[in-house]
Design a protein around this ligand. Structure first.
Ligand code: NAP
Ligand code: ZN
Length: 353
């Protein structure tokens, strides 16, 4: 029998999120049913709720940083048992057989990955709904193991903010002897600092917020540069092998390119859209520099990242909120007023309805 669950949903781009009931499917043979304990609040949830990307259909239940306990498993589930602490990130399915899936890059599934919310179930076509809800039912291949000893609320943001910054750090070989800069100290940015530092890189935060310097150092940054100060930016010219840019809105990339070392790469993970003002190609050509993009990470990489965090004791710095606080949290996100990830305590959901 499908199970009716309580959630918080956006019903239009302009109204606050509010309580919403819908059915989770009857578990299939390879499904894991999860009671959600915590769900992180990603800036992508806000983009989706407000239709910033133009593809949202309503109602939509955001949330793709999900931590919970397994309460039931389908007959063919071998990887999980009732009681396990597990995670679900941005994807819940993909074709499983294309070239991208075959290499473990399910986020780039050539048929299109099925995202945790805003997607369509590959079997019955029903809309996928995310983690701002009591329970979720997910195919076992898309469920992650949470290492023992990681605080579950701090681990929730690893499922998106963690893997999204882990991917470019790994793919561009951050480690001892490399210099990594992170643009923007929010949810993704603070995970990028922690992960890059644990990988052994020298880490610099480039921020427009002067008040974040002490926190950045506590999180692991070796240096902090106020990006709005041309003199301080000039002082780091030619310095970075890798820049991870987490800024969610259109912004001028031109001041960052000169801070790349030759053959250095700036990876955009935050903003999706046309760049304004136009990008001057001259410093890129003259320095053989690259501007790239990166999308979350595949399931094997996500498990690898979680296991790395387990070994290094890395979790997110979180501010736990109740479900009814979500609309205030979105307003605070827009003001960059979060240290450094909101995480919803799902026990507050039922009380809120
Ligand atoms: P967040 O917590 O709101 O942090 C963004 C940070 O960017 C802010 O703390 C701020 O840092 C800086 N910033 C914000 N607005 C800015 C502006 N107008 N100009 C310059 N800097 C600005 O957001 P998040 O959850 O980390 O997400 C960041 C972005 O990544 C979002 O757009 C999200 O949708 C996207 N995302 C992408 C992927 C992917 O796979 N590529 C995955 C997850 C999220 P300072 O105050 O330090 O400057
Ligand atoms: Zn996210």
């Amino acid at each position: 029998m499908p199970v009716n669950v309580l959630s918080y949903a956006a019903v239009s781009a302009t109204e606050p999120l509010r309580p919403y009931r819908f059915d989770r499917r009857d578990p299939r043979r390879d499904d894991v049913v999860i009671d959600i304990l915590y769900c992180g609040v990603c800036h992508s949830d806000l983009h989706a709720a407000r239709n910033d990307w133009g593809w949202t259909s309503y109602p939509i239940v955001p949330g793709h940083e999900i931590i919970g306990r397994v309460t039931a498993v389908g007959a063919q589930v071998s990887r999980f048992k009732v009681g396990d602490m597990v995670g679900v990130g941005c994807m819940v399915d993909s074709c499983g057989v294309c070239a991208a899936c075959g290499q473990g890059h399910q986020q780039h599934c050539l048929e299109g990955a099925t995202f945790t919310y805003g997607g369509a179930d590959r079997i019955d076509g029903s809309p996928t709904q995310g983690g701002y809800s009591e329970k979720i039912t997910v195919k076992q291949e898309y469920v992650l193991r949470i290492p023992d000893g990681l605080d579950p609320k701090g681990a929730a943001p690893l499922l998106c903010a963690g893997i999204t910054t882990w991917s470019p750090l790994k793919n561009y070989h951050a480690g001892p002897g490399t210099r990594v800069a992170v643009v923007g100290l929010g949810g993704l940015g603070h995970m990028a600092i922690k992960l890059a530092k644990a990988m052994g890189a020298e880490v610099t935060l480039l921020t427009r917020s002067p008040g974040k310097e002490d926190d950045a150092r506590r999180l692991g940054a070796d240096h902090v540069v106020l990006s709005s100060d041309p003199a301080r930016m000039a002082a780091v010219a030619g310095r970075f092998n890798l820049i991870i840019d987490t800024v969610p809105y259109v912004h001028d990339l031109n001041p960052y390119i000169p801070t790349l070392a030759f053959k250095g790469t700036l990876v955009l993970v935050g903003y999706l859209g046309p760049l304004e003002p136009a990008l001057d190609s001259a410093p890129m050509v003259m320095g053989s520099k690259v501007v790239a993009g990166s999308l979350i990470g595949g399931i094997p990489a996500t498990q690898e990242m979680l296991d790395f965090c387990g070994r290094h004791g890395i979790v997110s710095d979180v501010e736990v909120i109740g479900m009814p606080d979500i609309n205030d949290a979105y307003e605070r996100l827009l003001k960059s007023d979060v240290k450094y990830r909101f995480v919803i305590d799902m026990a507050t959901l039922r009380a809120a309805a």
